[in-house]
Design a protein around this ligand. Sequence first.
Ligand code: PLP
Length: 502
Amino acid sequence: MTILQEEPAIEPMADAPTPLDGEGFRRAGYALIDWIAEYRATVGQRAVAHHCEPGSIRAMLPPRAPQCGEAMNTILGDLDRVVMPGIVHWQHPGWFAYFPANSSFESILGELASAGLGVQGMMWSTSPACTELETHVLDWLVHALGLPERFLSSGAGGGVLQDTASSAVLVTMVAARERFTGFRSDLRGLGAWEEKARSRSVVVYTSDQAHSSVEKAARIAGIGKEFVRLIPCDRQGAMRADLLAAQMELDRAQGHLPAFVCASVGTTGVNAIDPVAEIAAVCAAMRDPESGATPWLHVDAAMSGTAALCEEFRFVTMGAEHADSWCFNPHKWMPVNFDCDVLWIADRAELVRALSVLPEYLRNTATESGKVIDYRDWQIPLGRRFRALKLWFVLRSFGIEALAAMVRGHVAMAQSLAISVRANEKLLLVTEPALNLVAIAHRDGDEATQRLIDAVNRSGSCFVSHCRFHGQLVLRVSIGALATTQLHVDTLQRLLEHETAS
Ligand code: PLP
């Protein structure tokens, strides 16, 4: 294959004053848009992976920041010289590693509009459009994904944009902790059960295939790694609800508080789907007799949530009607550039109670009227940018049908790859692909699988990643890049066939 050596150089332009004035911004902005368009038009001809040695990018940079401003021309030119050699091409059509990180032109424009407006949307009053557009677009998505009405802002629930799924699990875990430990006792004196709750340890449950962000959240929330229970999975990688129930009973018998469960809808390794409805039943049966609280059920559908755009894949929303919170990342499979995680809460008051601190300088009449949402109370930082714009741009310019067609296309490509793996006597499918992730191993064992991964990644035309599943090394093929077509999956298939031919 041809790998482009030349970078799409920025067209020279007359030097603009520094800092840029409006006219200079226009010229530099047009040049940069041209550069991005050219990069995207040619990205498929590049080698996906980088070939850098550690420190090689820093070696091209001066040791100190410039004392005098440099021309934007020079800076943009250094995108080619300094930055491009250290870029892994996530937008490449042969991107099959980790998960997709789709950055459509539409979302780039939304991002640009957001930066151009430069507002802080921490409260309704600091830019009403920033809050209302977000609330509205997230209500649209409840309908588009077929999620339960309890997540609509018209009831007790509602959606909020977080930066990442990691933040979503952290804020919901904190709300769950507060559900059990009654933080308001600080203000009004400890009630009997609250006193007792504080002396018991809060316990968090997830599967041994769940994303590491759950453990990280437990550490940050002060729950601690020792109170994170990783529940074993079945052969397909789904959490065993019976083992969850047994572990919760054991913890309760030891005086602990089973407080939070994170179910995965699409695990990071093999995209396994936990039985959310069964897990919800386990949570419901675990009502704490003293506080009356049940463990908070959070669903992490980071990548696979997007599949719910298609009615036939709505198994990914099963059980959502029992969840306290449900999140997915449009910044993965839905073509909204990083960062963009949607978190829906069934009872927004619980989140707000856990996170709201109202200093005098943030008081305002709109907040006090109780008629507005202040998203600062739904997240970790105070400040927040206008993330909803890029989601709005994408939903409007693609439309739900085109987004659903993209999902269907990727799933069909995954199925075609799975068929070729089944037909290859040297390979095996580690799990049956439910959606767009194909988990493959070499029948000769881990070393052979590693050789296969290395060969694919050396090719330059495709890039895959790995995981370990039930002790076995797995070559993961995650099909979801916006630019990927069947031709690119065929290229990967031919590589696998070539490497297993002898
Ligand atoms: N949850 C799952 C299932 C994931 O696969 C990932 C990332 O791959 C995450 C959470 C973390 O995502 P984020 O980067 O949005 O925190």
